[in-house]
Design a protein around this ligand. Structure first.
Ligand SMILES: [Zn+2]
Length: 74
């Protein structure tokens, strides 16, 4: 079951923190790939339109996202 359209879009401040790989404690999910990442993931940043924000790993996984292989997930 694919539920990759949940989570919330990133605010301007959240997006800026994401691309700067700042420490936010948020979970970054990518709707186009179905993975979730932690702050500072070494993978190339996704398009903003594909980014979904979750407050916890459990929420991202409940929405159908899987942990990123590069960073271990959010
Ligand atoms: Zn990652």
């Amino acid at each position: 079951m694919r539920l990759h359209h949940t989570g919330r879009p990133a605010s301007d401040a959240e997006w800026q923190a994401f691309v700067a790989r700042g420490a936010t404690g948020l979970v970054w999910a990518v709707a186009s790939t179905g993975i979730h990442c932690r702050d500072g993931c070494p993978a190339r940043p996704c398009l903003r339109a594909n980014l979904r924000v979750f407050d916890s790993r459990a929420q991202a996984e409940a929405a159908g996202f899987r942990a990123c292989r590069r960073c271990g997930g959010g």
